[in-house]
Design a protein. Structure first.
Length: 456
């Protein structure tokens, strides 16, 4: 049993301020004294179970997420910060990092934002970008940390991680339509085309590769047509049609979530909207309860799930990360997607495995799945330097943008994994051997890469 005191002062204060309430007003609503609430907000008193229950009832919040996940996220961020060689002489231990985050989550967040700015400026300097351009970009910025991070993908991935990659409004909305085609049979493309035309007057058409080029799908507003490249298979075409459908069905809902995210620049807002559109399309094609039940019954057999729901296998992996509904969660997993150059395109973790934000993958682990064919699953065991074990499954999929006729067909690798205790729930983990004790990596220490340092 975890005996640590639950110190949630910063989070209680942020919650109160977001409600526009004074301490006296919140205390009255919770049935406690103002002085007691003041002590909790200043972390001079731990939060009791009774206090947390009252808080959950009064403000309709997920107590598990409120009491723990935010701090765990910041701990993971700071682990990567202090793994940087510039802190080598500091000898900051994992316990030191946890103490920092426990005492002041906001302070830990500020350290991370400052580090991201440092990384950005270092990269610009390495590329020879003039300092005057940096000054112009930063001049007049009141939000130093956020303005310093110009990578929309990283900002959006952090946002999705912060929300546990689960959006109840999108799940609820998708349920309004999913029954229209799941109850009619297995002709998914035909059903999607019928719904698009009947509800929005939009027709679908598949065009040759020499017409579409590298574009997988686009919407012809004047002709009211969804144009899809022949480079996509049946499952890919269905997913693109679903993206078009959800974008037309719930534009206001998507806009509302993007606006509430309070992002600074238009490219990041667009990236988030595209990510949420992908989420909604997955939720439509793979309804939460149906998909979770199938995943459990099929022991997370990625290939069979792809065939049952008629979606690309990497979309199966992405959907598994969204099974985060409070009280009805799926198996805790982590996910990474990397391109052929080793760039991390997607990342998420609901486990104790910390994927890197600024570095590559560990060279000792075959996370790229070398030796596996396209669309096949390559299982492997990961022994982290901190003595934990994980099962990982690497799935190599050709990048459809280039088309099957291209001589050079870049490969994307989607890596999904779980802690060893949950490996039994994955069909592809049957040949992996785990032992019931902590295992230290081959020489008792990490190989020195960033991923090892994050998980040591």
């Amino acid at each position: 049993m975890d005996e640590r005191k639950i110190m949630v002062g910063q989070r209680v204060r942020r919650l109160r301020q977001s409600q526009g309430s004074t301490q006296a007003e919140m205390a009255s609503k919770l049935g406690i004294s103002t002085s007691y609430l003041n002590l909790i907000e200043r972390n001079q008193r731990p939060a009791t179970v009774q206090f947390l229950l009252r808080l959950g009832q009064a403000f309709d919040i997920d107590l598990v997420q409120f009491a723990g996940n935010d701090e765990a996220r910041i701990v993971a961020q700071l682990r990567e910060v202090f793994a940087d060689p510039i802190f080598k002489q500091s000898n900051i231990s994992p316990q030191d990092i946890e103490d920092i985050c426990s005492a002041s989550p906001i302070g830990g967040e500020a350290i991370y934002l400052l580090y991201k700015l440092y990384r950005k400026l270092s990269d610009r300097h390495a590329l020879g970008i003039k300092t005057i351009e940096e000054n112009k970009e930063l001049k007049g910025s009141s939000d130093f940390g956020l303005s310093g991070d110009s990578n929309p993908r990283e900002l959006v991935l952090d946002y999705l991680q912060l929300h546990n990659n689960y959006f109840s409004d999108l799940e609820e909305a998708s349920g309004e339509l999913s029954h229209l085609f799941f109850s009619k049979g297995v002709d998914l493309l035909g059903i999607l085309a019928e719904i698009l035309e009947s509800r929005h007057g939009v027709r679908s058409r598949v065009l040759p590769l020499d017409v579409m080029g590298e574009t997988l799908c686009r919407y012809d507003r004047h002709g009211r047509r969804v144009l899809i490249s022949e480079a996509l298979g049946t499952d890919g075409r269905a997913f693109q049609m679903a993206r078009q459908l959800v974008g037309m069905e719930w534009p206001d809902l998507l806009s509302d979530i993007v606006d509430k995210a309070d992002l600074r620049d238009l490219p990041t807002k667009r990236y988030l909207r595209n990510s949420l559109t992908d989420y909604l399309a997955r939720a439509l094609l793979m309804p939460y309860s149906n998909f979770k039940e199938a995943a459990n019954n099929l022991r997370h057999d990625f290939v069979l799930l792809s065939r049952r729901f008629m979606v690309p296998i990497d979309q199966i992996c992405f959907r598994l990360t969204t099974l985060q509904q409070p009280g009805d969660k799926g198996v805790p997993i982590f996910l990474l997607q990397v391109d052929s150059a080793g760039n991390v395109l997607q990342r998420f973790s609901a486990t104790k495995f910390y994927p890197p934000r600024f570095g590559g993958l560990c060279p000792r682990w075959n996370l790229y799945g070398f030796g596996a064919g396209a669309f096949s699953v390559w299982p492997s065991r990961i022994d982290t330097p901190n003595g934990l074990q994980f099962a990982s499954f690497s799935i190599r999929t050709p990048n459809d943008v280039c088309g099957s006729s291209s001589r050079v067909n870049p490969t994307l690798v989607t890596i999904i994994g779980c802690e060893s205790d949950h490996a039994q729930y994955f069909y592809d983990a049957d040949d992996l051997q785990f032992v019931n004790k902590k295992i230290i990596s081959e020489d008792g220490q990490s190989c020195g890469c960033l991923m090892c340092q994050l998980n040591s």
